[in-house]
Write a protein that binds this ligand. Structure first.
Ligand SMILES: C[S@@+](CC[C@H](N)C(=O)[O-])C[C@H]1O[C@@H](n2cnc3c(N)ncnc32)[C@H](O)[C@@H]1O
Length: 196
């Protein structure tokens, strides 16, 4: 887990809490909080974790009793109960690899982030590409009635994305968990009850 760089970050409550509890990332607490509010992941569910490295979200899903398939561009050290696929979520080959392993999931979740440039519009548009790729994967692999969670860096394309994705879910909402940093542009789309 990357150490906080700035002094104020050293006081980062979730960073130290993650270390203490054996989570690989502070992001783990975002999923814990989102799941507490929206009950996306349940025991026995098959969960597809996109942009999974270092593995905090996968650890949380396993703790909740789920079976996890995790995907990332970068390698991930092993987690018991998690099948890892190294690949780019925007590439059809990766989708085929996931499909070969399992063709239906109860939950598709994506915390995938582009490499940040600090330029708001570029980061927003790159994050939109990953969010669109995540939804395309969900369209192919999410079961009827399944749940979808995706991170987006806010910007002008977000309303268009919502208009495209939201009608496919019975319940839909944008949500920012407490564990997201106050100054972060990130927000999560939560969709429940996928209409196939
Ligand atoms: C914020 S991290 C995910 C943290 C993770 N949820 C956790 O709790 O440990 C974002 C990840 O997205 C991955 N990523 C970015 N673009 C990707 C792509 N096109 N395909 C697969 N993974 C990607 C990055 O490699 C990075 O590991």
């Amino acid at each position: 887990m990357a150490k906080p760089r700035r002094t104020r970050d050293r006081q980062d409550y979730y960073y130290w809490k993650a270390k203490e509890m054996g989570y690989r990332s502070r992001a783990a607490f975002k999923l814990i909080q989102i799941n507490k509010k929206f009950s996306l992941i349940k025991k026995g569910y098959w969960v597809l974790d996109l942009g999974a490295v270092p593995g905090g979200w996968s650890q949380v899903a396993v703790k909740l009793g789920a079976n996890v398939v995790a995907v990332d561009l970068n390698p991930m050290s092993e987690i018991e109960g998690v099948e890892f696929i190294k690949g780019d979520i925007t590439s059809p080959e990766t989708i085929d690899m996931i499909f070969e392993f399992r063709d239906e999931f109860d939950v598709v979740m994506s915390d995938a982030s582009p490499k940040l440039t600090g330029k708001w519009t570029i980061d927003h548009l790159r994050s939109m590409d990953l969010a669109k790729a995540s939804f395309e994967i969900a369209e192919r692999l999410l079961r009827r009635g399944g749940n979808f969670l995706v991170k987006i860096f806010q910007g002008e394309e977000i309303n268009k994305y919502y208009r495209e994705v939201a009608p496919r879910f019975r319940f839909k909402k944008f949500h920012s968990p407490q564990a997201s940093r106050k100054r972060s542009a990130e927000i999560y789309f939560v969709g429940k009850g996928f209409k196939r």
